[in-house]
Ligand binder design. Structure first.
Ligand SMILES: Cc1ncc(COP(=O)(O)O)c(C=O)c1O
Length: 336
């Protein structure tokens, strides 16, 4: 518990509905030869749902403290982070500008539909432009300033030390729930897209120290060295600002579960997500949680995740919408 006591966090907002439930999935666990639990961060809210809301609790507290009136951030065309930021900004009476990678085709759906309804200012870019996203967002912020606005820029995925505090608070929440239930975990498994979630969960080595758990991040894009470098850089910032470093052995990044790549699905992945929904009544998304679940299914029976496994459900439901044709085709290929 030392890590909890040592970390005096700045006060965050209460955008997330907390605590999220910790539930057992006994049937599914038995089928994989482990004791399986799920942390329902898909229930941090409705429009404002998923792991990103925990980050926004701290990021938007900082934005408000700085007197910002407009939030600027970036992501893919179906970014959950951009949608959650747009919802939160509107709830707080702020404007929002989004740098989105991709090209709008046809009417908006999924997260983009919600961004559109919320009236986010949309800036489109291609892969090459997105590689220079920090400079592009700085340009958008400069243009806002010339219009007399006060922008606050959030990096991709809300993944910096401030955002990671939200997941550290999530780790504290899990420790309280698990301790009350007399549980320890061998692994806490979640999807990794920009690194902030794993960084926050691993911060201070809290889950390792209090529950014996290693955070196992499943890369949905990029590779292990890229993510380790990003997470360790957030750890340095966390250490400097909050005395909460990330011990090297508190987390691991597992590759090989990206499938066809970021936001691309195989028929097998989609069928696995359907099977999961039919066994549990819970929805996975094709970009993040579906791939992380694929890793749990592959690794749990080998013993690589240990005996008691927690699947941290990070949300992403809106990413399913707009994928109907693909899903139906996958089911026609191999009916469930
Ligand atoms: C649903 C969902 N799960 C997991 C992640 C990964 O979190 P992080 O970007 O903090 O690695 C994201 C965002 O990237 C997400 O939207």
């Amino acid at each position: 518990m030392a890590a909890i006591l040592a970390s005096s966090l700045p006060p965050g907002l209460a955008l997330s509905r907390l605590p999220t439930p910790l539930l057992a999935l006994p049937e599914l666990g038995d089928a994989l030869g482990v004791e399986l639990w799920v942390k329902r961060d898909d229930l941090t809210g409705l429009g404002l749902s998923g792991n990103k809301v925990r980050k926004l609790d701290f990021l938007l507290a900082e934005a408000q403290a700085q007197g910002a009136d407009t939030v600027v951030t970036c992501g893919g065309i179906q970014s959950n982070h951009c949608r959650a930021t747009a919802v939160a900004a509107r709830q707080l009476g702020l404007d929002v500008a989004l740098l989105l990678r991709g090209h709008p085709e046809g009417p908006p759906d999924g997260n983009l539909l919600l961004d559109t309804i919320l009236g986010a200012e949309l800036h489109w870019t291609d892969a090459a432009g997105y590689a220079r996203r920090d400079a592009a967002m700085a340009g958008i912020a400069d243009a806002l300033r010339t219009r007399g606005r006060r922008p606050y820029v959030i990096p991709e995925g809300g993944s910096n030390a401030t955002g990671a505090l939200g997941l550290h608070r999530g780790a504290q929440e899990l420790v309280e729930q698990a301790t009350a239930a007399g549980l320890r975990f061998d692994s806490v498994v979640c999807a990794v897209g920009s690194g902030g979630t794993v960084a926050g969960l691993a911060a201070g080595g809290l889950l390792r120290e209090a529950l014996g758990a290693t955070v196992q991040g499943i890369a949905v894009c990029d590779d292990r060295p890229t993510f380790r470098a990003r997470i360790d850089a957030i750890g340095v910032e966390l250490q400097d600002r909050h005395g909460l470093g990330i011990p090297a052995d508190a987390y691991e990044i597992l590759e090989g579960h990206q499938g066809r790549g970021y936001a691309l699905s195989t028929g097998d992945e989609l069928r696995r997500q359907v099977a999961f929904a039919r066994r549990t009544g819970l929805f996975l998304d094709p970009v993040y949680t579906g791939k992380a679940w694929g890793a749990v299914q592959a690794l749990a029976p080998t013993g690589a995740l240990g005996r008691r496994v927690l699947f941290w459900h990070t949300g992403g439901l809106f990413g399913l919408f707009g994928r109907g044709a693909e899903l139906v085709a996958a089911l026609e290929q191999a009916p469930q």
